[in-house]
Design a protein around this ligand. Structure first.
Ligand code: GLU
Length: 370
């Protein structure tokens, strides 16, 4: 497997705050240039690289002379807003010195849940690759705070890797990989069940890991990566050659790779990438029509709904007994559905004054839990 990893063409590299900063919490020049140099090497080797970089808060603190990381969220967001421009400027300065350019993409997990936006981001990234520009992604901290509160872009980087069909996600850490209590490095994890049992029980508490979510967040991200079929390798980001070693075939870090067939991309997105926004409770007839007769969902079969959601978002599907049996992408918002649930398709237009289509969820937009 390590051999296959070596030949990866599309690579996402995730660098958290602790990879870019020194003990004082401010951006450290040599850490920064070490990362950039290795990225340029990959681009020179004709690989397509996306960098998911934190460091906006750290840069903002630095610029305004704040020495201790603030504890309140709005102040952290403000620091990120101040620092993001500086961070991008630093990347652009480095890369332009090597004949390359950096592009800024501020994403949120919520944004990627909407198929239209997910595809919009994908098209932008594809175009940036064609232009030989290095996309630099960060969470849009002004409107989303998940990664500040927990994870420092760990999960976001998995979603970006999935978005671009990356062959590999390299997660840079303060440590050499995951270790067991007996001090041995976990070289490879090949199934999600390994994360649940052995790994969690015997995982060594590596306090050196200074990122917000630490190892727990990384493990959670690895789990999602495995579900999405994205190979993920965690290596030491402070090793000057940490990234290079992967491509030289060295057995470094911990590799997470699920050995199984890839599911259809859109179904995967529905099943794992999109967070549930609400739920539809269906009557028994509709449950059977969907699961057994492989039909689409019509308004008539919906008994009740929960939560607020927009057209295009993913909702959970429940049977009359409350069993969650699948997910689907709705073609009507919760506001619209409240008015048409239980009604015939021929009545939709009359009730709403318009109609997108008969189906609330189309056949191809449904995924069932086996
Ligand atoms: N998006 C934040 C940043 O770039 C996340 C990192 C953090 O929580 O320190 O600074």
């Amino acid at each position: 497997m390590r051999e296959a990893i070596r030949s990866s063409q599309r690579i996402v590299i995730k660098a958290g705050t602790s990879i870019l900063t020194g003990r004082d919490g401010w951006i450290q020049e040599d850490h920064f240039s070490n990362l950039c140099r290795q990225i340029v090497d990959l681009v020179d080797a004709k690989k397509q690289v996306v960098l998911v970089s934190s460091g906006a808060i750290a840069f903002g603190m630095q610029m305004t002379g704040i020495k201790k990381r603030p504890r309140n969220m709005p102040r952290l967001q403000a620091c990120a807003a101040i620092g993001q421009g500086g961070l991008m400027h630093a990347y652009e300065r480095y890369f332009s010195g090597r004949g390359l350019h950096a592009a800024q993409l501020l994403l949120t997990r919520d944004g990627l849940e909407i198929r239209k936006r997910f595809l919009g981001a994908r098209h932008t990234l594809d175009e940036l690759f064609k232009m030989k520009v290095i996309p630099i992604v960060n969470e849009n901290d002004t409107v989303a705070t998940e990664e500040i509160a927990f994870g420092d872009n760990d999960i976001l980087s998995v979603h970006v890797a999935h978005l671009i069909h990356a062959d590999l996600l390299i997660m840079l850490s303060d440590v050499d990989g995951f270790y067991l209590q007996d001090g041995s490095r976990i070289r490879q994890v090949s199934s999600e069940s390994e994360i649940d049992s052995e790994l969690v029980r015997h995982l060594k508490d590596t306090r050196k890991e200074r990122t917000v979510g630490g190892m727990k967040a990384k493990l959670e991200a690895a789990r999602v990566a495995m579900r999405l079929g994205v190979p993920l390798v965690m290596v030491n980001g402070h090793d000057e050659k940490g990234i290079r070693k992967i491509f030289e075939g060295e057995d470094v870090g911990t590799l997470f790779v699920e050995q199984r067939e890839k599911k259809n991309a859109r179904r995967k997105w529905i099943a794992f990438s999109a967070a549930r926004k609400g739920a539809l409770i269906l009557d028994a007839g509709a449950c059977e029509a969907l699961r057994v007769k492989k039909k689409s969902l019509l308004p008539k079969g919906i008994v009740q709904l929960e939560g607020e959601f927009e057209k295009g978002q993913v909702v959970e599907l429940r049977s009359p007994s409350g069993e969650v049996f699948g997910r689907g992408v709705v073609r009507y918002s919760s506001q619209e559905l409240k008015r048409i649930l239980g009604r015939k398709t021929s009545e939709i237009e009359e009730i709403l004054g318009y109609k997108y289509q008969d189906e609330v969820i189309q056949r191809n937009d449904l995924v069932f839990w086996e």
